[in-house]
Ligand binder design. Structure first.
Ligand code: ATP
Ligand code: MG
Length: 368
């Protein structure tokens, strides 16, 4: 068990700057998820931690030891990849035992470790099977088992669930969490799927273009995104954004765009004061927009009502997403199971003013 520290990590492939000055401390026994769009540098970062990729700049520590020059096999880590890469001609047992045998570990100890992993992963009855005789989820468990038997200090996982169908993925997510609680090991888990990140991570590190944007608890990232990118990346359907201006009237501040005037709550005035008369980007999540009948619990000064013209709707069963225009601004609202909203109709919607976000259009940083 160990913490992992990344200090000013950079990776250049010729002209490509894949990873730019990442500083991040992953605590002992923490489950940290790195998330970001395709090509943002997640795999490269993980491979540098594993020692499979040379570091262009910076230092990596595992435990208290700097590992820049430590070869992968001596870093005490185990990696699980998206392609499980099981040996097709070896049984489940042999797949798990193989690496240990190469390390010169005695047969008795290998047997014990494989039995332990098989127990944890519910693979006991499958030890004699070949990979082709397993389901996708079972193969995935063997790949994890192969990592577990090494008793690593740190697990590195690169999109290990992306080959599974949606239902199995949800099931394996729960199993990985249980496994983490049981093994009490540090886990660094990479995914481009923000839902997976939100549900798995004790902390999530959002990366864009090789740069770390924000590393905090999932709900903190969700409620207080540090910038417009994080705000738009986490959450589905994504946050709505509208460009406009801040107007001051006496002591009150408003966000104004065409056909959309929103009061900024008094307690937030101090953050917005410097933006009076300036352009900003306004943001609100679909679930913070209500149909009028369900908004009664909001206090009068905490809500703003608009006429919305319905473009289309998506019935999700438990919720309905309605895609509307408030004047020319496209907005998505997630409302209860409304079925009588038809395209072309107009419809009053209520914004929860306690839940709005304002971003600086130049730096894209969150102001509120
Ligand atoms: N060996 C390489 N040579 C040159 N460029 C590379 C190499 N490996 C990765 N890159 C580039 O570095 C950037 C980061 O790649 P990386 O594989 O780390 O992204 P990722 O976040 O894991 O993406 P994905 O979600 O698609 O797996 C990309 O622009 C990629 O094209
Ligand atoms: Mg990758």
């Amino acid at each position: 068990m160990a913490k992992v520290v990344l200090k000013g990590i950079c990776k250049r492939f010729g002209d490509v700057e894949a990873v730019k000055d990442i500083n991040l401390e992953i605590q002992d026994q923490e489950f940290l998820v790195m998330v970001g769009p395709s090509g943002c540098g997640k795999t490269t970062t993980l491979r540098m931690i594993a020692g499979l990729e040379e570091i262009s700049e910076g230092k990596i520590f595992i435990g208290d030891r700097e590992v820049n020059d430590v070869p992968p096999k001596d870093r005490n880590i185990a990696m699980v990849f998206q392609s499980y890469a099981l040996y097709p001609h070896m049984t489940v047992y042999e797949n798990m035992a193989f690496g240990l045998r190469l390390s010169g570990i005695k047969k008795k100890e290998i047997d014990e470790r494989v039995a332990e992993a098989a127990e944890v992963l519910d693979l006991r009855t499958l030890l004699h099977r070949l990979p082709k005789q397993l389901s996708g989820g079972q193969r995935q468990r063997v790949a994890v088992g192969r990592a577990i038997v090494r008793h690593p200090q740190v697990f590195l996982m690169d999109e290990p669930l992306s080959n599974l169908d949606a239902k199995l993925r949800v099931q394996m997510r729960a199993e990985l969490q249980k496994l983490h609680r049981r093994l009490k090991t540090t886990v660094i888990y990479v995914t481009h799927d923000q839902v997976e990140a939100m549900t798995l991570g004790q902390r999530i590190a959002v990366i864009l273009n090789g740069e770390l944007q924000q590393a905090e608890a999932p709900l903190t990232v969700y409620d207080k995104p540090i910038n417009r990118f994080v705000a738009g990346f986490v959450g589905s359907p994504p946050m709505n954004f509208v460009e406009g201006n801040i107007k001051q009237s006496g002591d009150d501040f408003y966000f104004e765009a065409e056909g959309l005037k929103t009061k900024i709550l008094k307690e937030l005035s101090e953050y917005i004061r410097d933006y009076a008369g300036k352009e900003v980007i306004f943001g609100i999540r679909p679930e913070n927009i209500w149909e009028i009948g369900s908004s009664k619990w909001l206090k009068e000064d905490e809500k703003a009502q608009y006429e919305a013209k319905v473009d289309f709707r998506e019935l999700m069963g438990s919720d309905t997403y309605i895609y509307v225009k408030i004047h020319n601004n496209p907005i998505v609202a997630r409302v209860g199971s409304l079925t009588d909203v038809t395209p072309g109709s107009t419809f009053p919607l209520v914004f929860d003013l306690r839940k709005i976000h304002i971003f600086d259009p130049k730096t894209l940083k969150a102001v509120i």
